[in-house]
Design a protein around this ligand. Structure first.
Ligand code: SF4
Length: 691
C-alpha cells in the first residue's frame, strides 16, 4: 500500500473516509491503477467498517467518473432555472464573482449568504477556509439546522451533549429499541451489531411509522403516528412507574427532577398515550414489559434513536423524553445499556482554529436559518431583517431540492437580482439557478479529516486520484476567490494538509491518522455508570434549569405536531418523507445504477387509503396540500400504515413527473427547540391522476 504520495503511479490502495451524511463514517480503501480509481471498498482493518460499504458508496467510482460530472467552470447564458450554461475559464469566473461580491460587500456584507450542509461531512472541505472567507467578509451567518438541530438540543438539555453509548456494545444488549431509524438503510454498521445481539437472543423492537426494511427484521414493530414519539415515551414511563421497573438508587443519585417527571408521566396511562399514537394500549404495555422488566432482571436495555423522529414540531421534546428512559431503569450502569442518537459531542474538533470566528473582528452579522431559506430569499430589506439577500454561495448542499416548501425556495432562487454561485459535482436543481457553477472535487480527489456521529473514531481522507477535469477542492476555490477579492488575511491561504492537522490539533494523533486512516478516541465504556453527565448539574437532567430560565418548560412533554393527524378534513393523510434506500438525501439520485434500482418517485400508501381513493398500484397520483402538489407513482404497500403515506425522497425536482419533489409539500414550520425543520409534520391528500 502506498500512502506517501497523493497521486501514486501504479496499482495502489489509498485510505480515505466516506464523506456522506450517515452515522457510520466508513473507512474506505480506493484501488487506483495508473491514476484511475477502479474500486472503492470498505477498509477491513477499521473495526466499525469491517470491510463493507453500503450499496451507494460502493458505486463511488461510477459517481466520480459520471458522464455528467461538471468538469470546468460554467456561466449562465439562459434564464434562471433553464440549466443553460457556457464554459468559462477559472480566471474569468473568479474575477467576475469577486467583482460582484465586492460590490455587494461594499454596501453591506450581510447581503451575502453562505449556504452549506453535509454534502460532505469533512471538517476541511466543509467549514474551514469557507468559514474564514465569510467571516473575513462579515457575511450573514447560516444556522445549519436542516437535519439534526432539534434532536441535538434534546440531548444537550438531558444528557448534556451529543453523547451516549458506544455503538459496538449494542452487540451485547438484551433488548434494543430501534427508535425512528431505518438502520438497514441509514445506519448499516449499527445494524450489524444489532444483528449480532439478535443472534445471541436479544429482542429487537422497531418504533417507526413506516414498516421499513429494519422493522421487518425486528421481533416487533410499533407503527405509531408521526410526531407522537413523546407520547409513547410518556406512556412507557407510566408503565415503568406502575410496575416499579425502576432503579431507585440510580434515580436518586444521578438524575435531576425525578419527582416532577414522575408526576407528569403518571398523567399518561397507556390508553391516553395509545390514543395519541394511533396504536393499541397493549403495545405500550408490551414495550414496557420488554424494556423495564429486562433491566429489572439484570439484563441490558439499549435504545438506538435516529434523527427521523425529531423532524416534527415536538422533535426536541421527544428526544428529551426518550433520552430520559435509560436513567429510569438504570440502564447506563453497563456498557451495553443506555441510548445513542449521536456521538459527535465526543470529538475534540478545534472549530475555532478551523473556522476563525475572530476574523469577524467584533462584527455581529445576522443569522439566517437554512430551514427557512424559502421565506428569507423573498424578504425585502427592513430594519428587522437587514438587507435583502443579494448573493448566495452554495456548497455541499442542494437547497432547491432539499429545503422545505420548495415552491418558495424556487421563487427565491429565481430572483433576477440574486447572484448565485454553486460549487458542485453535478448540475443539480440548485445549480440550474446558478449564475456560476464551479466544479468541486469529490472525496477521492482531496484531503479531509472527519469526525462521526455513529461511532467514536476520527478519520483521515487522502486524495486517491488527481482532480477530475478542472475540478478544485472547496478550500482551493475559496482560497482563490479570496485572492481575487484582494483579501490578504494569511490564514485564508492555509494548505489542506495544514487544515487537516488543525482540525484536531494535539487532541488526536495525526501520525496515527496518517498511518492507519483512523484513530479511536479514548472514551469510557460505560460513560454514565456513575452519573458524570456533562450537564450543568452533572446529572441526567429530567428538569432543565437552562430551559426554565428561558421561560420554557423545564420538563419534557409531548408537543403535538403543527399539522396533527386527523385534524384536517381537506388533508386527512399524514406524510413522512424518509430517504429512498439507494439515495442519501439528494445525493446519488443521478447515479444510474442506483436510480435504476429505485425506478421512479414513489408514494407508499396503505391498501385501505388507496381503495378509498380508487387508486391502484402503479397509478400516477397527485399528492397535494395548500403549499403545492407533487406527482409520483403510487405503491400500495403494507410499509405504509393507514392514515400515513410515505413519500420516498429526495428525488431531484427535475426528475419528478411534474417537475417537483416531496418538498413541494413540506412546510417551513420549525421545531420546539433548535429551530429545525419539520419535514415529517405534514398533512396531505392524494388523488388519482391517471391509471
Ligand atoms: S453512506 Fe454510510 S454506510 Fe455508506 S459508506 Fe458512507 S458511511 Fe458507510
Amino acid at each position: 500500500m502506498n500512502q506517501t504520495s497523493p497521486h501514486p503511479p501504479a496499482l495502489s490502495q489509498i485510505l480515505g473516509a466516506c464523506p456522506h451524511d450517515c452515522p457510520d463514517t466508513c473507512s474506505i480503501l480506493t484501488t487506483v491503477q495508473d491514476g484511475i480509481a477502479i474500486k472503492v471498498q470498505g477498509n477491513p482493518a477499521h473495526p466499525q467498517t469491517a470491510g463493507s460499504l453500503c450499496t451507494k458508496v460502493s458505486r463511488y467510482t461510477e459517481r466520480t467518473y459520471h458522464p455528467e460530472r461538471i468538469l470546468h467552470p460554467l456561466k449562465r447564458i439562459g434564464p434562471k432555472g433553464s440549466g443553460q450554461f457556457e464554459r468559462v475559464s477559472w480566471n474569468a469566473a473568479l474575477s467576475d464573482i469577486a467583482t460582484r461580491l465586492k460590490a455587494i460587500a461594499a454596501r453591506d456584507p450581510q447581503a451575502i449568504l453562505p449556504y452549506s450542509y453535509a454534502g460532505t461531512m469533512g471538517l476541511v472541505q466543509g467549514e474551514s477556509i469557507a468559514a474564514r472567507f465569510f467571516n473575513t467578509l462579515g457575511a450573514s451567518l447560516l444556522e445549519r439546522t436542516i437535519c439534526a438541530a432539534a434532536g441535538g438540543e434534546g440531548l444537550v438539555h438531558t444528557l448534556g451533549g451529543k453523547v451516549g453509548m458506544r455503538v459496538e456494545f449494542f452487540a451485547e444488549s438484551d433488548v434494543i429499541l430501534i427508535w425512528g431509524s431505518n438502520s438497514i438503510t441509514s445506519n448499516l454498521h449499527f445494524w450489524r451489531y444489532a444483528n449480532d445481539a439478535k443472534r445471541r437472543g436479544a429482542k429487537l423492537i422497531c418504533i417507526d411509522p413506516r414498516k421499513s426494511e429494519t422493522a421487518e427484521k425486528c421481533h416487533e414493530h410499533i407503527a405509531l403516528l408521526p410526531g407522537t414519539d413523546g407520547a409513547l415515551a410518556l406512556g412507557l414511563m407510566h408503565e415503568l412507574i406502575k410496575n416499579d421497573w425502576l432503579d431507585h438508587d440510580y434515580l436518586q443519585r444521578h438524575t435531576l427532577g425525578w419527582d416532577a417527571l414522575k408526576e407528569r408521566a403518571l398523567q399518561w396511562p397507556p390508553e391516553r398515550a395509545a390514543a395519541v399514537c394511533g396504536i393499541a394500549p397493549g403495545q405500550i404495555r408490551g414495550l414496557a414489559q420488554a424494556y423495564g422488566a429486562c433491566a429489572h432482571n439484570g439484563q441490558k436495555a439499549a435504545i438506538r434513536m435516529n434523527y427521523g423522529l425529531q423532524r416534527v414540531h415536538g422533535g426536541a421534546n421527544a428526544v428529551r423524553l426518550i433520552a430520559c428512559l435509560p436513567a429510569l431503569i438504570g440502564a447506563w450502569r453497563t456498557r451495553a445499556g443506555g441510548v445513542l442518537l449521536s456521538s459527535s459531542g465526543a470529538f475534540p474538533v478545534q472549530r475555532a482554529a478551523l473556522q476563525r470566528p475572530d476574523l469577524l473582528a467584533g462584527r455581529n452579522p445576522r443569522t439566517i436559518n437554512m430551514a427557512t431559506i424559502g421565506n428569507d430569499l423573498l424578504r425585502p430589506s427592513s430594519p428587522g431583517f437587514g438587507p435583502a439577500i443579494a448573493a448566495v454561495i452554495v456548497y455541499n448542499s442542494n437547497p432547491v431540492a432539499i429545503a422545505p416548501e420548495s415552491a418558495k425556495v424556487v421563487q427565491g432562487f429565481a430572483r433576477e437580482d440574486l447572484f448565485t454561485v454553486v460549487l458542485e459535482h453535478f448540475q443539480t436543481d440548485t445549480a440550474d439557478y446558478a449564475d456560476y457553477i464551479l466544479p468541486a472535487t469529490t472525496q477521492l480527489e482531496h484531503w479531509d479529516v472527519h469526525s462521526a456521529y455513529g461511532h467514536t473514531d476520527a478519520l483521515l481522507n487522502r486524495p486517491a486520484i488527481p482532480p477530475v477535469g478542472e475540478a478544485k477542492p472547496n478550500t482551493q476555490i475559496f482560497r482563490e476567490l479570496a485572492q481575487h477579492m484582494g483579501l490578504t488575511e494569511p490564514c485564508l491561504q492555509d494548505s489542506d494538509e495544514a487544515l487537516c492537522r488543525q482540525a484536531y490539533g494535539d487532541a488526536v494523533s495525526f501520525d496515527a491518522l496518517l498511518a492507519n486512516g483512523f484513530a479511536t478516541l479514548d472514551t469510557p465504556e460505560a460513560p454514565f455508570a456513575q452519573g458524570n453527565f456533562p450537564t450543568p448539574s452533572g446529572k441526567c437532567e429530567f428538569f432543565s434549569q437552562r430551559l426554565a430560565a428561558q421561560g420554557l418548560d423545564g420538563l419534557p412533554d409531548h408537543v403535538p405536531n403543527h399539522e396533527t393527524a386527523h385534524s384536517s378534513a381537506a388533508y386527512p393523510l399524514a406524510m413522512i418523507s424518509p430517504p429512498a434506500r439507494n439515495f442519501l438525501n439528494s445525493s446519488f439520485v443521478n447515479v444510474k445504477s442506483l436510480q435504476d434500482t429505485e425506478g421512479e418517485p414513489l408514494l407508499e400508501i396503505h391498501p385501505d387509503d388507496a381503495t378509498a381513493r380508487g387508486i391502484a398500484d402503479g397509478d400516477t397520483v397527485r399528492v397535494f396540500n395548500d403549499r403545492g402538489s407533487y406527482h409520483c407513482r403510487a405503491r400500495i404497500s403494507a410499509r405504509a400504515r393507514a392514515g400515513v403515506v410515505n413519500g420516498l425522497g429526495v428525488w431531484w425536482r427535475k426528475m419528478g413527473l411534474n417537475g417537483t419533489n416531496v418538498n413541494q409539500l413540506t412546510s417551513q414550520n420549525l421545531t420546539d427547540l433548535g429551530h429545525g425543520p419539520t419535514f415529517y409534520d405534514c398533512l396531505v391528500e392524494v388523488a388519482l391522476v391517471s391509471a
